[in-house]
Ligand binder design. Structure first.
Ligand code: AMP
Ligand code: ZN
Length: 493
């Protein structure tokens, strides 16, 4: 296996990745709270998770990937305060205050989340467990924590006693986070948090009282069910570090006799909106549908995200996304131009759905030195804490590379796209087919003008070539020259 280094929030340094089980990697990504449509900031978390998964698969690992669905128990503040987000959605949508309504809302927004994932070419996770389907597991874990005397009951719920965990908060704390924890005289320590919240009106009946699990316990219970007590990588946005992830660690490690919850903790930086964090609660958030309405391809958003490291904060603007859209279009154009020059039909493999492919890399049987160099550089970049900006810069140099055959180039582009997930070949094949069908249906008059223009160009009669281009234009067609040794590209004006 190649060396992969990752920045571990636990320890605050880049570390060489060592899996718990050779050749396998288990990862848990804190999933969406499905009370509204995901905004593109949330989706940055899952493009990051998907890139991480693709990097491991590229290196030949078998990946077990879990993204949970929070459909109950997430209050509007991390610190057990405020309204429940799902209850708020029931009120907003005028539904009866029942668990059935809650699930209907969850199903609706879960499916919107999955659609957004598809639009961003995110490979399906292995499992998407819903919190509401895991009450039994929550109860078991809460009982274990009560039995170990690291949890206690108050009139409001069951709380975790943070003083019982020596290294509580080891992932790091937010500046001034103490002010965010509400006063509660029944709590033993101000940082203690609810693992079960009582609710007489709505909730699940349990031996310790009716109510809902705390948001943190849901993740602890589901991750251990699907990945074991200890697994390799846990991710989320940086906002989860001080409260949610520290609390997950505290509960899981106490319940599992000190076994580390995860060996590597990775966090994506924020997509900053109007100088602040883009938040669902503010009501002004941009979704994938907003992008589509503005004519921005969701894959251009993915491309834009990958031009920055996952750990760098980036500021949203439509101008930035429009630039990314142009760059993405240029990328597809360049690859289409290469495809046009390749004699053998490459479409067979380009058409295959990369999401269904097992793992590993593609290459020609006898690969040239230069191609090997590109491949090694790609691997070095992505294995260095997911340096996607360098991988994208390398892809652009590859497109301009004059020392490599086109077929070998296409094979390499396919490899790049396994990691980047930009549907490069698929889109280029589509574009090429469109161009071909347009060429087949060209009116005879236009075809003759194009041929005459080609002849003029070969004879270096630029004046005549220009005149013919204008005539072609008047008939509703556009010709673009794509290189000295290839045919011009024809499209409709
Ligand atoms: P939520 O649905 O609020 O639980 O958030 C889902 C994921 O999105 C979490 O991992 C958050 O940390 C992450 N997240 C929320 N807002 C942003 C943002 N503006 N940029 C990047 N990630 C975010
Ligand atoms: Zn979580």
């Amino acid at each position: 296996m190649n060396k992969i280094t990752l920045y571990n929030t636990l320890g605050k340094e880049k570390q060489i990745f060592t899996p718990i089980t050779p050749n396998k990697v288990g990862m848990y990504h804190c999933g969406p709270t499905v009370y509204d449509y995901p905004h593109i900031g949330n989706l940055r978390s899952y493009v990051f998770a998907d890139t991480l998964r693709r990097v491991f698969e590229f290196n030949g690992y078998e990946v077990n990937q879990v993204i949970n669905i929070t459909d109950i128990g997430h209050l509007s503040s991390d610190a057990d305060e405020g309204e429940d987000k799902m209850t708020k959605a029931i009120l907003r949508e005028g539904k009866p205050m029942t668990l059935i309504s809650m699930r209907e809302i969850a199903d609706h927004y879960y499916s919107a989340f999955r659609d957004a994932q598809k639009d961003l070419n995110i490979i399906s996770a292995t499992t998407y467990p819903f919190a509401s389907d895991h009450i039994k597991e929550d109860i078991e874990m809460i009982n274990t924590l009560l039995a170990k005397d690291v949890a206690y009951k108050t009139s409001r719920g069951i709380y975790f006693d943070t003083s019982k965990k020596d290294d509580y908060g080891k992932l790091g704390q937010a500046e001034g986070d103490e002010s965010r924890i509400g006063e509660d005289s029944e709590k033993r320590n101000y940082k203690d948090f609810a693992i079960w919240k009582f609710d007489e009106r709505l909730g699940y009946e349990t031996p310790f009282g009716k109510g809902f699990p705390g948001w943190h316990i849901e993740c602890s219970a589901m991750s251990s069910k699907y990945l074991g007590d200890s697994f390799d990588i846990h991710t989320g946005g940086i906002d989860h570090i001080p409260v949610h992830h520290n609390n997950e660690i505290a509960q899981s490690e106490c319940a599992h006799d000190g076994a580390p919850l995860a060996n590597y903790w990775m966090h994506n930086a924020f997509l900053i909106f109007d100088g602040g964090k883009m938040a669902k609660s503010s009501g002004t958030f941009v979704t994938i549908d907003t992008l589509k309405e503005k004519g921005i391809n969701p894959l251009a958003y993915r491309y834009w995200l990958l031009t920055a490291r996952y750990s760098t904060a980036i500021s949203f603007s439509y101008e930035a996304l429009e630039d990314a859209g142009r760059a993405y279009g240029k990328l597809i154009d360049s690859v289409t131009a290469i495809l046009r020059k390749v004699k053998t039909t490459m479409s067979a493999h380009a058409d295959t759905d990369t999401t269904d492919e097992s793992n590993g890399d593609t290459r020609l049987e006898s690969e040239s030195e230069i191609s090997k160099n590109y491949r090694n550089n790609l691997l070095n970049f992505i294995n260095d804490d997911l340096d996607t900006p360098k991988a994208i810069a390398l892809l652009w140099s590859l497109l301009k590379e004059i020392e490599m055959g086109d077929e070998e180039k296409i094979k390499l582009i396919e490899s790049f796209d396994k990691v980047l997930g930009l549907k490069i070949l698929e889109k280029a094949v589509e574009q090429k087919k469109k161009e071909e069908s347009l060429e087949e249906d060209l009116p005879e008059e236009v075809r003759e003008l194009i041929e005459a223009r080609e002849k003029a160009r070969q004879e270096k009669d630029w004046g005549e070539a220009d005149l013919l281009r204008i005539k072609i234009n008047e008939l509703g067609y556009k010709v673009e020259d794509t290189g000295a040794d290839s045919k011009p590209r024809i499209s409709r004006v």
